[in-house]
Design a protein around this ligand. Structure first.
Ligand code: CP
Length: 307
């Protein structure tokens, strides 16, 4: 069991904890091969998904995972909750505590919101994506998918993360997690979409995607956040595809057996060509499938100790 109450980001999670989550997720995935997908890991536990931002994959996979593990699962959308009447995040959390909630899964547009909530509630808090900060469960399912492809030892694995790194919580969590496991991460992005001093996170920076992908084992695209174009950080979507998009031609320059990953939602023919997204090297839907096992593992490991 994890000795922590919450999972807020991979920055403050140890290599050993990451390996424990990934190992437990392997067992969970084995269980999901059964005809009857039901376990007792969370029997009697109350899980609430509290989402202040839109989601398909993260929300559905957490709710699927909770239900498979026999939890009572309730979904709260900020858009139709008392948040609209002015209730604060902390007050919402205290009320969920009062409603005997064991796990709150929070997605919020403000970086740091899960830390604030976790400090103020008894329930375990899992960060399902906070602003531009972290999306730890996405990175864990990404790393789980890489281990399925390349084996458990990721030391030296060449991972290229291409796209809007500046606004990407997925990129940040992957960089923290992959670095702890010894993978070699290169980021490739227009300079306007690259955070200042990103090299301090231990990654290599490359301006040319055709150069970056040579010999890569994993090429991970990030969603182009089309709203950024309004702030003039991205000159044109069609130019973006030309200079930074992931295509079959670019995948052919990667290592043989290289895989294409993307956290979704995908803008087809903006950051990844439709042909590459649906091609043999794509693991995009496998990532989604793996999200259930990884999230089962996390919820089990966070609650088991306190049972
Ligand atoms: N990858 C991801 O977080 O997708 P959703 O926004 O659909 O949850």
């Amino acid at each position: 069991m994890l000795k922590r109450k919450d999972l807020l980001g991979l920055r403050d999670v140890s290599r050993e904890e990451i390996l424990q989550i990934l190992g437990t997720a392997v067992e969970m995935k084995e269980m999901l091969k059964n005809d009857v997908k039901k376990t007792q890991h969370l029997v009697g536990k109350n899980v609430v998904t509290l989402f202040y931002e839109n989601s398909t994959r993260t929300r559905v996979s957490f709710e699927t995972a909770a239900k498979i593990m026999s939890a009572n699962c309730t979904s709260v959308s900020a858009a139709v909750s008392s948040v609209q009447k002015g209730e604060t995040l902390i007050d919402t959390g205290l009320n969920l505590d009062a409603l005997l909630t064991d796990i709150i899964i929070l997605r919020h547009n403000m970086s740091g919101a899960p830390v604030l909530l976790a400090r103020n509630v008894k329930a375990s808090v899992i960060n399902a994506g906070d602003g531009m900060n972290e999306h730890p469960t996405q990175a864990l399912l990404d790393i789980f998918t890489m281990r399925e492809e390349f084996g458990d030892e990721l030391r030296g694995l060449k991972v290229v993360i291409a796209g809007d790194v500046k606004h990407s919580r997925v990129a940040r969590s992957n960089i923290w997690g992959l670095s702890k496991l010894g993978a070699h991460v290169t980021v490739v992005s227009p300079r306007t979409l690259l955070p200042m001093e990103i090299e301090k996170m231990g990654v290599q920076v490359c301006d040319d995607i055709d150069e970056a992908v040579v010999g890569a084992n994993v090429v991970m695209g990030l969603r182009v956040q089309l709203e950024r174009q309004k702030s003039k950080l991205l000159p044109s979507v069609s130019e973006y595809m030309k200079f930074y998009g992931i295509t079959d031609e670019r995948m052919a320059k990667a290592d043989s057996g290289a895989i294409l990953m993307h956290p979704g939602p995908l803008n087809r023919n903006v950051e990844v060509s439709s042909v590459a997204a649906d091609g043999d090297s794509s693991r995009i839907l496998k990532q989604v499938t793996n999200g259930v096992a990884v999230r089962m593992a996390i919820m089990h490991l966070l609650t088991g100790e306190r049972k």
